[in-house]
Write a new protein. Structure first.
Length: 441
């Protein structure tokens, strides 16, 4: 009897020990953070789920088809997306505590996921309608930065110089419009001019950046869009580049869009991220590009800065005058003056930010926004209307072009004494690594 009681007691203790071990394992499993790879995979799936709620949120996706199908079938609500994004951020915080053991690019990956998840959550909150950001709050939440505020007086110097360059009795915007009319690419010349410009952008980029062997693009001309050009990256180093022809296109836009949408802009940026981070490293988060995210500031900023990378100093004017002007049947003798006027009007780009800030904050109405764009940004009435349509569609996204360019330029040229090859090397590094505005230091 005593032996049986003893065996029973031993059995009870043994069962208790096993239960304790199992409970400990369960607790450890519950406390164990998700791996970075799992966080990245779930980030992609949440991005695709948010894309089911907002058309246009996903700018590019070339990951597994099943993930796209799962996002459609799962049908997560916006609140579920917000909750899951918060959970992923919590899991990610554990990895930040160990980041000193990581390489620089691995640390940048953690920062990338953190900022992208924050933006995803903010965009989902905006879609619920329960939160309304001011212009600056929105740029911080979505794009990881705030653009500087400018005063209208800061644009007076450029406007005054344009007054001197283009004298006359009409308003300045009328004189600028009349001047620009002499540099419009005829409709039947658009295709050859743009193809020549893009090929030159590509040739200059390939001197300094190794592009994927299979990279390619298709050029299309479209109308009735709120933008002047767009790159739809399809994956496998292929892009669809669209140019909006509903408004007259001036000759300088050929190189500008060729670089911005193609080389070394969006097509190059997306191709390098896909090749270096998604294909080679297996970092699945780079299979998706959410438009309203910090990545967009790097994408747009590098695309705009890429114009002067490919055509430094007077090389853009020279190529336009010697190649593009004759192709378009334009008067080459006016090329230098056209370049000077274009350079001054580009100094007015931040006026667009100020109009957007006031318009999106509800301080001014549509007609006021259009009038201010004509006065301070020297946009034609139709161009001003198109720009306000852009603000209606994309909100504070406008800062990514000028402020993004300035941030990228500062980072690439931080040394201050680099030659062309060194600038290209640093620029290429930016396009191939997961840097965001808050990690441009």
């Amino acid at each position: 009897m005593k032996n049986k009681q003893m065996l029973w007691a031993i059995g009870v203790v043994f069962v208790a020990i096993i239960a304790s071990i199992q409970l400990q394992k369960t607790t450890e499993k519950a406390d164990k953070p998700l791996s970075v790879s799992t966080i990245a995979e779930q980030y992609v799936q949440l991005s695709l789920s948010l894309g089911e709620h907002e058309k246009g949120y996903i700018d590019a996706y070339y990951g597994p088809d099943k993930w796209q199908q799962d996002a459609q079938s799962l049908g997560l609500s916006l609140k579920e997306i917000i909750t899951k994004a918060s959970q992923l951020q919590h899991h990610l915080s554990f990895h930040f505590n160990e980041r000193h053991n990581l390489t620089e690019v691995e640390q940048l990956r953690l920062h990338y996921l953190k900022a992208q998840l924050k933006a995803l959550s903010a965009r989902a909150q905006m879609n619920t309608g329960e939160i309304v950001f001011t212009f600056d709050e929105e740029t911080q939440a979505l794009f990881d930065t705030q653009a500087p505020t400018k005063q209208w007086s800061e644009f007076e110097d450029a406007l005054s110089k344009l007054e001197d360059l283009l004298p006359g009795g009409n308003s300045l915007i009328d004189r600028v419009d009349a001047f620009r009319a002499d540099f419009v690419i005829p409709t039947d010349k658009l295709k050859p001019v743009f193809e020549a410009a893009i090929q030159e952008c590509r040739a200059r980029t390939k001197k300094f950046i190794k592009l994927p062997d299979n990279e390619n693009f298709t050029l299309e001309f479209v109308q009735d869009k709120p933008w002047s050009g767009y790159n739809w990256y399809k994956g496998n180093s292929y892009s669809l580049i669209q140019v909006n022809t509903e408004l007259p296109i001036n000759i300088s836009r050929a190189i500008d869009l060729g670089c911005h949408e193609g080389y070394p802009g969006h097509h190059t940026y997306n191709g390098l991220l896909e090749e270096n981070l998604y294909r080679q490293r297996g970092w699945v988060e780079f299979s998706v590009y959410p438009l309203f995210s910090p990545q967009s500031l790097i994408a747009e900023g590098s695309a705009n800065y890429g114009i002067e990378m490919a055509f430094p100093e007077q090389e853009k004017v020279k190529f336009e005058q010697e190649v593009l002007f004759p192709m378009a049947g334009l008067d080459t003798s006016k090329a230098a003056l056209y370049s000077e006027v274009s350079a001054l009007t580009s100094q007015l780009s931040y006026a667009g930010n100020e109009v957007a800030r006031r318009y999106l904050n509800g301080e001014i109405q549509r007609e006021n926004a259009e009038a201010l764009l004509q006065k301070y940004a020297l946009m034609s009435p139709k161009k001003a209307q198109q720009r306000v349509r852009f603000m209606d569609t994309y909100g504070s996204y406008v800062i990514n072009y000028n402020w993004g360019k300035d941030l990228v330029k500062q980072w690439v040229e931080a040394d201050g004494n680099q030659g062309q090859a060194q600038r290209w090397q640093r620029f290429s590094e930016l396009l191939s690594t997961p840097r965001l505005p808050s990690t441009l230091d």
